[in-house]
Design a protein around this ligand. Structure first.
Ligand SMILES: NC(=O)c1ccc[n+]([C@@H]2O[C@H](COP(=O)([O-])OP(=O)(O)OC[C@H]3O[C@@H](n4cnc5c(N)ncnc54)[C@H](O)[C@@H]3O)[C@@H](O)[C@H]2O)c1
Length: 314
């Protein structure tokens, strides 16, 4: 199969590249390397030879459409994004330029190529806002209520996919991802608390927990997420939540990581940050039904893998 992965030099995209190359696909990565790194593709490149190519291209650039169309992909996996909630609040126009207008350039490329499917990285953590806790874990039928420009731009991506399906018959799957963690996650951004804790614990620096630490997230491991993308390229349509359904408090996460890294048992507490969700978990029954997908890696195993990866020599 021929595939395009936008954002394929990033954390999730490069893990997906490993999987696609492994099964023999011909992969074009489209990435501007703004947060991703070419070295994330080393393993895929070593395995793929000339079956993997990187095109350094900003998806806002009009040449994106032609770059994708020329590859003649069967499936376009669209993961390139401005993925930082705080950046979206500070500069919503930048966020929309990448996540909305860039997405349109990608969709046009898929349409011109006659691709069978587009698989989109949507955001389950921001799509539904903060509904009543009795609704947890959240289903896809939950009312959409994004509380940030990033949440709005990602939701708009789904609306465009829906529109392209009705207008052009372009099939799609939008995977509403929970909090993804695993090796290659950038510890410098805001998104990856697991990566931040790992970096600080191994450097012997204190970890900060904001608020009580009892706020919960649904942590899903990156190879499970890559597996969901691969399956969604072959079957299933529409919006599907990808999470474990398990709420893990930040305090529980910290304790698991401190134990794995040999760090102090207690984090440093700081004032809660405004706008943070209190509780979060996603029900992935639809992905189980449509993709035969379920998460395979538990939190402890995943956290240990992150610590081991973070210990690697540079
Ligand atoms: N990590 C999570 O927990 C999570 C949760 C929900 C959704 N997502 C979504 O999954 C996708 C991948 O996220 P990630 O965690 O791997 O982040 P990442 O930052 O590692 O990957 C994003 C990739 O997109 C590239 N990129 C950014 N702007 C670009 C542009 N204008 N043109 C071309 N390439 C560009 C970056 O260089 C990077 O390689 C994103 O769409 C993100 O919104 C991630």
């Amino acid at each position: 199969m021929k595939a395009v992965i936008t954002g394929g030099a990033g954390f999730i995209g490069s893990t997906l590249a490993d999987r696609l190359v492994d099964r023999g696909d011909d992969v074009l990565v489209v990435d501007d390397l703004s947060s991703g790194q070419e070295s994330n593709l080393d393993a895929a490149r070593a395995a793929a030879g000339d079956r993997l190519r990187l095109e350094v291209c900003d998806i806002r650039d009009e040449r994106t459409t032609g770059v994708i169309a020329n590859h003649q992909p069967d499936v376009v996996f669209h993961l390139a994004a401005q993925a930082d909630v705080r950046v979206s609040v500070a500069d919503p126009a930048l966020d929309a330029a990448i996540n909305v207008l860039g997405t349109i350039r990608v969709l046009e490329g898929a349409r011109q190529a006659g691709a069978a499917k587009v698989v989109f990285a949507a955001s389950g953590g921001t799509l539904y806002g903060e509904p009543d806790a009795s609704a947890l874990p959240l289903r896809e039928t939950q009312e959409r209520n994004p509380g940030s420009p990033y949440g709005v731009s990602k939701m708009t991506g789904i609306d465009y996919l829906d529109c392209y399906q009705r207008l052009h018959g372009q099939d799609y799957a939008a995977l509403a991802l929970a909090n993804v963690f695993g090796p290659r996650q950038d510890p410098h951004g805001e998104a990856g608390v697991v990566a931040i804790f790992a970096g600080r614990l191994l450097a012997g620096e204190p970890c900060t927990v904001f608020g009580t630490g009892e706020q919960t997230r649904d942590f899903v491991y990156v190879t499970d997420v890559a597996d969901a993308f691969v399956r969604a390229g072959d079957r299933g349509s529409g919006v599907m939540n990808i999470g474990t359904g398990v709420e893990t408090s930040v305090n529980t996460l910290y304790r698991a990581m401190a134990a794995a890294a040999g760090g102090p048992p207690d984090p440093v507490l700081a004032a809660a940050r405004p706008g943070e969700l209190d509780r979060s978990a996603l029900d992935s029954s639809r992905a189980r039904e449509q993709l035969d997908w379920s998460p395979q890696v538990d939190l402890q195993t995943g956290v240990q893998a992150v610590i081991d990866w973070s210990r690697r020599p540079d």
